[in-house]
Write a protein that binds this ligand. Structure first.
Ligand SMILES: [Zn+2]
Ligand SMILES: [Zn+2]
Length: 382
């Protein structure tokens, strides 16, 4: 199938540069290999490379124009853009492009002020990743969980500034507080100005002469904290929740990273993709019965119709898991199995022997009513 860069990024063909950046940023946050559950890494890497490739072409007006006219083939031939051909990225190239334009995961918010501001933005704290173990019932109803994490918190001795009490951070002399150094350089393409973070102050614009003795100038100290995380109803396995600004605080009162809670949902042995296997006795199947079915929302009553066969599937509407994003709940399918007793008491045996004399023979094959698959298909509405 032909890939389309606009489709990959989910933008319109006339999207402007900022829309393209925004779309890429959103997808990159979702598929960044460092942000997904371990089992999803491989798929995420592929996706990450793909979106980065699309972004790298569409962000560049010249390449984009080439792509619009000639498609991917035009890029591969190197048409239009300085003769440099275009080959698919490997993962590290893709990650580098992401770093180059967005400063990595930590410095993410800085982007919206533009690259210029990003450089001068205070250093963000790291993202904090926790795993939340949840039961199916908790997923169904939503819950609130407390977790203990090792993190850093603001140093109280210096108020997070990193400067020793009584002293102050001073404006960096190298960059005059701008946090960056500009250098004019000459190359075979002519003169250009290179801008890089100031080496004296690491881009912060200020330097600390007397570091705070408690935090050694970092502005943060180690801490163990208890966090409360609200889990909305209907989150599915391997999804995660991101709580902006609830991660590790940045050094010297820099903004905090995000808290990322990876959800680990325990399998419930009673449910197999919300198909519940219900054993019924021969008499319940023959005469009909009212039975209790466990659901993620508590027990529900199910009416077994007289003459129910093994393999019959009943549907309990709205008793399945909540549908993520769509609202409402799925269904719980109850699959009936007629259970044959392993041991009989003398009385049971006598009664069954009596029944055997008068019961009707099962019909020939093909007349046993609807086959299991057919019933299942009907139950699922396919
Ligand atoms: Zn301190
Ligand atoms: Zn400086």
């Amino acid at each position: 199938m032909k890939r389309d860069y606009y489709t990959i990024l989910g933008v319109k063909r006339d999207a402007d540069e900022s829309e393209i950046k925004k779309a890429y940023r959103r997808l990159a946050m979702q598929h960044h290999p460092d942000r997904v559950a371990p089992g999803e890494k491989e798929g995420a890497e592929e996706k990450f490379k793909e979106i980065t490739e699309a972004y790298e072409v569409l962000r560049d007006p010249e390449r984009r124009a080439t792509y619009d006219r000639y498609g991917e083939a035009g890029l591969k031939r190197g048409a239009g853009s300085g003769g440099g051909g275009f080959t698919p990225f490997d993962l590290s190239e893709a990650l580098n492009i992401f770093m180059r334009d967005f400063g990595g995961l930590g410095g993410f918010d800085a982007f919206f002020g533009g690259a210029e501001r990003a450089r001068r933005e205070r250093q963000h704290g790291q993202d904090l990743k926790v795993t939340l173990k949840l039961s199916l019932a908790e997923v169904a109803s939503g819950t609130s969980k407390k977790v203990k994490v090792r993190t850093l918190e603001r140093c109280t001795a210096c108020g997070g500034t990193g400067a020793a009490p009584g002293s102050k951070a001073t404006t960096c002399a190298t960059c005059a507080g701008t946090g960056e150094v500009r250098r004019a350089a000459r190359s075979m393409f002519g003169q250009f100005v290179s801008v890089s973070p100031c080496p004296s102050c690491a881009g912060e614009g200020t330097v600390i002469q007397q570091p705070c003795p408690k935090c050694q100038g970092d502005g943060r100290v180690r801490a163990e904290k208890e966090l409360e995380i609200n889990v909305p109803a209907g989150v599915a396995d391997h999804h995660y929740l991101t709580m902006r600004g609830h991660g590790v605080p940045g050094p010297r009162n820099g903004p905090a990273g995000d808290l990322i809670a990876v959800l680990d949902i325990a399998e419930d042995p009673r449910f197999d993709d919300l198909i519940y296997d219900l054993p019924v006795s021969f008499t319940q199947a023959a005469l009909g019965a009212e039975v209790q079915i466990p659901t993620p929302y508590g027990a529900a009553t199910l009416e077994i119709q007289p003459g129910t066969q093994t393999g019959a599937v009943y549907r309990l509407r709205g008793k399945g898991l909540p549908r993520v994003g769509e609202g409402g709940r799925g269904d719980l399918h109850v699959r009936v199995h007629v259970w044959t007793p392993l041991k009989l008491t003398a009385e049971q045996r006598a009664l069954l022997e009596q029944l055997a004399k008068i019961e009707s023979k099962p019909p020939a094959e093909g007349h046993t009513g609807k086959k299991f698959w057919e019933q299942l298909r009907q139950a699922f509405g396919r």
